[in-house]
Design a protein around this ligand. Structure first.
Ligand code: GLA
Length: 453
């Protein structure tokens, strides 16, 4: 088969640069397994074969190609609005075998986006005690899951699985959840009280969607238990503000976690994995998920967290979720390669959970710059995919999901991102995904369907 030539030269280079001095993964953790030259070669090979592949593979489905290579879930994030877009749904049901709900299973959505005030309380039983809890509303997620269930019933061979996202996160979680009487004007609760709320919340969500009586119980393959609990800058946990008089959200180092503020330790993270393990069915995988996951200091912090969870009695963690919100020039390939192997060393399974690509600085959305950007992007996606595949071939490293954060470029969160501060959008055009604004496959799509070796 012609396509088998792809990346063969790079694979030879890979073998010559492999650094298994002791034959164990431990050696791999200190040094990348691949050189930047071998990735450059992978990029070039990807470009060489791209056009030929585009012609040959008009009908190839992404999920078939990637499953053949990695044997893993091939997913895309989809929001409540997007799932009713006929073109998006067509892409999802054709090319993917899994989805992540973009927002609808996050705490703020389950509390009905009632962020300013608690949407009402009721009594619940927890470990023999009656506690007061806020009302949860599942309908936004259920609307989406019902559509998926219906599809699965009619199309069992193309059934979709769902990744639960996310139980514990400093963001998209109403502030009142951390305060006395669920009133954000009142003081923060103590950690004993918060622990009860944490256990109740995890039990309620997991039981509702994955419990024996739930109609959704066979839909989920795993759940992000904790998201983004590591600081970008300190090499350890995301904490609370250094200045107690400042609102947490103003902390310039991103140390803005109300979870940390209540616990003053990583205990909420460890407990979350204990409670998730307690209430999840044994076959529901449990994950930690984070961004900037390939940058040195942050990788160190994440590894510390993963080890702490692994060492906790009653906790279970099945994979590390590397979000994969990347730029065209960062992280570099050796950093990605090394991060995959280091995480695998602690938890075995690694997943790419929110992959997308910010455009180059000189990209302006014009037809000329689009052509150039699309080609360059396809090369980069090709090399990242190659990194995943080559890591997956090593003993002790399993890549178990590859998920993109969206489907078509114009719907991506990056189009309205507010990462320049002050809530302003950058206004820059972006083209981060595998399908363009006309829902057509981009060169980046072919970086994943043509790369058999
Ligand atoms: C984070 C979260 C996702 C989503 C993306 C961008 O990484 O984990 O839920 O919000 O950012 O939209």
């Amino acid at each position: 088969m012609k396509r088998k030539r792809i990346f063969r030269r790079a694979a030879v280079l890979l073998m010559t640069t492999a650094m298994f001095a002791s034959g164990s993964i431990a050696g791999a953790a200190e040094e990348p397994q691949q050189t930047e030259e071998s990735f450059a070669e992978a990029e070039e090979n990807s470009a060489e074969e791209l056009h030929q592949t585009e012609e040959e593979d008009r009908e190839v489905r992404l999920k078939d190609a990637v499953s053949k290579e990695l044997g893993c879930y091939v997913g895309a994030a989809v929001t409540g609005q997007e799932i009713n877009n006929r073109r998006v749904w067509e892409i999802i049901t054709t090319h993917f075998n899994a989805v992540t709900l973009g927002n609808e299973l996050k705490p703020d959505a389950l509390f009905n986006y009632s962020n300013a005030v608690c949407p009402g309380t009721e009594e619940a039983e927890l470990n023999g005690e009656t506690i007061t809890v806020p009302k949860i509303n599942f309908y936004k997620a259920e609307n989406m899951l019902d559509k998926i269930l219906q599809w699965n019933k009619k199309n069992p061979e193309d059934a979709l699985k769902v990744r639960g996202h996310v139980l514990v996160w400093h963001s998209q979680t109403p502030e009142w959840l951390f305060h006395e009487d669920y009133d954000k004007q009142k003081p923060y609760v103590d950690k004993e009280t918060m622990n009860k709320r944490l256990e109740w919340y995890i039990r309620t969500v997991l039981t509702h969607f994955t419990g024996g009586d739930s109609e959704y119980k066979d839909l989920f393959y795993g759940w992000d238990v904790v998201n983004e609990a590591v600081s970008d800058s300190t090499g350890t946990y995301r904490t609370d503000s250094e200045n107690p008089n400042e609102p947490l959200s103003n902390d310039t180092h991103g140390n803005n976690s109300s979870w940390w503020h209540v616990y003053q330790s990583n205990e909420f993270i460890l407990n979350a994995f204990v409670y998730a393990n307690k209430y999840a069915p044994a076959d529901l995988e449990l994950y930690y998920n984070d961004y900037n996951e390939c940058s040195g200091q942050k990788t160190a912090g994440i590894l510390e967290l993963l080890r702490a969870v692994k060492a906790t009695d009653g906790a279970r963690i099945d994979a590390m979720g590397m979000q994969g919100h990347y730029n065209m020039d960062s992280p570099n390939y050796s950093e990605i390669d090394m991060a995959i192997r280091m995480y695998a060393q602690v938890v075995g399974n690694v997943q790419m959970t929110e992959l997308d690509m910010k455009a180059s600085e000189d990209y302006d959305g014009s037809p000329e710059s689009k052509e150039k950007e699309f080609e360059a992007q396809a090369k980069r996606y090709g090399a990242i995919y190659w990194a995943l595949k080559s890591a997956d071939k090593e003993e002790g490293v399993n890549v178990t999901a590859l998920t993109f954060w969206g489907t078509a470029d114009h719907l991506s969160w990056l189009q309205s991102r507010s990462d320049v501060g002050g809530g302003n959008t950058t206004g820059l055009p972006e083209c981060p995904l595998l399908f363009d604004e006309h829902y057509e496959k981009k060169p980046a799509f072919y970086a994943f369907v043509g790369n058999e070796d």
